[in-house]
Design a protein around this ligand. Sequence first.
Ligand code: PRP
Length: 215
Amino acid sequence: MGETRYLTFALGKGRLANKTMELLEKMGITCEEMKDKSSRKLVFVNEEKKFRFFLAKGSDVPTYVEYGAADIGVVGKDTVLEENRRVYEVLDLGFGKCRMCVCGPESARELLLHHERIRVASKYPNIAKDYFYNKKHQTVDIIRLNGSVELGPMVGLSDVIVDIVETGSTLKENGLAVLEEICPLSARMIVNQVSMQMQTERIKELIHDIRGHLQ
Ligand code: PRP
């Protein structure tokens, strides 16, 4: 008997969504209308397999999954950690690899060693707080920014930043360096907790198939 209910995926718009669709395509799950780059459409379906995909802002993906608006989400580990939603993280998809780091000018290295009360700018205030308060036991002031975080130490807003480092070229071009590494990051598949109970077989099979195509 064919599936009657859609399995809904929330994908972080951009590179992660493209990579996810490439992976699903290898498994025979395609979505032609999603390939039209000029389209502003946000919701796509594969009628045959009963899959529905929607493109959301990355940081909203865990919210859609927690509330059950999507059964499954694909999003960076940075967002999983920052949002801390009640979802199951079931798979490391291996792409989108980068690192969450404390960065700044070399002169700030000492401030980290001596547990000084420093200012930390970040798009990830929860990750920064957890790292400094719970892991390093260092009291800091966290300043939330929305992007171009490297500016923080360059213009005197903060001593260091907590940010994603991929190639390291943004840091290098701005005279900054990685001072401490917090954790490695990559794309993760997350699942709604009720969907996992109600559609166990279908979701487990999907996870199994994806895992097979990752190796
Ligand atoms: C991200 C991140 C760094 C940069 C790291 O920013 O916040 O700034 O990429 O990449 P690199 O190590 O390869 O240079 P993004 O481009 O997402 O923009 P943002 O500054 O607006 O956050």
